[in-house]
Design a protein around this ligand. Sequence first.
Ligand SMILES: Nc1ncnc2c1ncn2[C@@H]1O[C@H](COP(=O)(O)OP(=O)(O)OP(=O)(O)O)[C@@H](O)[C@H]1O
Length: 260
Amino acid sequence: MQLAFRQRPQPMTLMTSTPDTAGDLATPAIQAKGIEMAFQVGDQQFKVLKGIDLEIKTGDVELLMGPSGSGKTTLLSILGGILTPTSGQVSLLGQSITGLPRHKLSKFRLQNIGFIFQGFNLFPALTAAENIEATLNLKGIRGRAAKKQSIKLLRQVGLADKTRSLPRDLSGGQKQRVAIARALAGNPKLILADEPTAALDSQRGHTIMELLRKLAKEEGCTVLMVTHDPRIMDIADRVVYVEDGLITPKPANPSFVHES
Ligand SMILES: Nc1ncnc2c1ncn2[C@@H]1O[C@H](COP(=O)(O)OP(=O)(O)OP(=O)(O)O)[C@@H](O)[C@H]1O
């Protein structure tokens, strides 16, 4: 566990504006205010996030970068309503998710957010296409329509020939692309991704980023991803850095960009 508590500048709000967005520009897709997160380890409390203010506009593709252990995954999980912050407020698509009852939060997540998290979490007994269909079924898309969409999504991530493969017969990069296709199922308005290109070679990573950028610019989907991957920085609208529990527009020591 790496925890750093050096003195940092005060929390700040970063705002973006991207002119070629297709969605509702008036409402930020993601709005976080005063996010703090402390973890209890034994009898000690570690404060990982110390007052994060962040606004991300609809249709933006943004990257969260920062040193290992700086709290990027923790922040992404809080923004996606998977973790509850110690304090602070999160609004997604204009709706406050802070304090929403669990069942309402689950429903909101299912309807609006596509998650790409490390580990892929594919059902081992289901084929690539069935893994995506299962998600579509949960979103109320069934039968032929679900089959058609799952095959289309697998084609978009370059896996047209793997629709019937089980996860055990896929490489790490292929599993990652199935997980990406699954996150896009049902056209979520938000995509939250943790290292989505980590297991992909340069060309495939670039193809995935182009796909996400197209969704953002043509369909107003908003994409926020944690990455250490410098290869995808040029495709993002903005890079936001998490350092010492705060957001900063420029890192003090950017060497972490070339990690992993
Ligand atoms: N459930 C937990 N209990 C205790 N500590 C935790 C927990 N989850 C995360 N942490 C600690 O919080 C800190 C931030 O973790 P987090 O995974 O958010 O960092 P990160 O920036 O995503 O790191 P990496 O780039 O290595 O994935 C780490 O020191 C981690 O050990």
